[in-house]
Design a binder for this molecule. Sequence first.
Ligand SMILES: *Cc1c(COP(=O)(O)O)cnc(C)c1O
Length: 363
Amino acid sequence: MQNISFYPGPSKIYPQIAGFMQDACQCGILSVNHRSQAFVEVSKTTLELLRNKLHIPDSYSILYVGSATECWEIINQSLVEKKSYHIFNGSFGERAYFYAQKLSADPGLIISHLFDVESSLDIAGLSIPEDNEVIFVCQNETSNGTALQQTTLQQLRAKYPDQLIAVDATSSLAGIELDYHAADIWYASVQKCFGLPAGMALMIVSPKAQAKALALHKDRHYNSLVSLLEKIAEFQTTYTPNVLNIYLLMRVMEMVDDIQVIHQRTQERAATYYKTLEGLQHLKALAENPQVRSQTVISVKTSDQSQIARIKEDALREGLILGNGYGKWKDNTFRIANFPALEAEEIQKLIVFLQKEDTQLKA
Ligand SMILES: *Cc1c(COP(=O)(O)O)cnc(C)c1O
């Protein structure tokens, strides 16, 4: 029996992927030219399905890119002339900030704003300079299992209507419903909530960000927004894309429920995890404040940090792969993906494991 991966990416892929891969090999799509009509049909269908199932506004462009990491580069290279502002409480938000600094001619103009893991981001307390160009936030901070609420992003949008807002939604997009109008750029790679093999990401771009990219016309990079937008108008990419993953994405989007149904299920499953942890003695959610907890990545701490490695080994013996801690929380937490491809029985198995493990910690 194969182990069940609760790693928050790459994570368990949809079991149907095996069949979809065979179909991809047999139907010939993997050998077609990426400028051919056959490819364009698949790409067009994929984008339509994404738009319908995830409720992405018609006016927003959906782009295929290589990874979420690449999105940090694209946004900085295509949309920032001088100034960007980075709001974060964990490692992924920080990594976006580091990329911005490295790509800037004047890193002193790249500003970071750290907030506490236990507190909701205080929008009223922010004072972002008027002439700042892009505000970066991480909707779901995979390193510590915290998330920004929809209302927080909406308040940020309302307070800064003129600046571009870029949202890292890598570990939540396709797992929860997002209000795309609350920001200009949304991005996610497919090995998290999409339940697909790694090697591709999606970037969702508002009309305002499209206009800004065209106006700045920073096209020195193969994946500049200018070039990507030009090609996607014909359902294509600037480079030979990951055709297999685009095909698999099409099949997965055909198969999955509407995002509102998935959202509901994700919420219920997250509530079960948090309720379970609240009933335990030694295993606890890293974030104590329920308001800041992620629905898609559960970060768990123990009263005795030296037990983390043993817990992961015990889990593996039962066929359950837990995610390592990340960044600052590498040694004192483990992480659990609450992604849609995981099944109810698998989650139940993990919950029973956590309860059993907690009693052993007592002993
Ligand atoms: C996984 C992850 C990334 C990096 O994704 P890649 O596909 O490896 O580039 C970025 N941000 C967040 C929040 C993530 O969870």
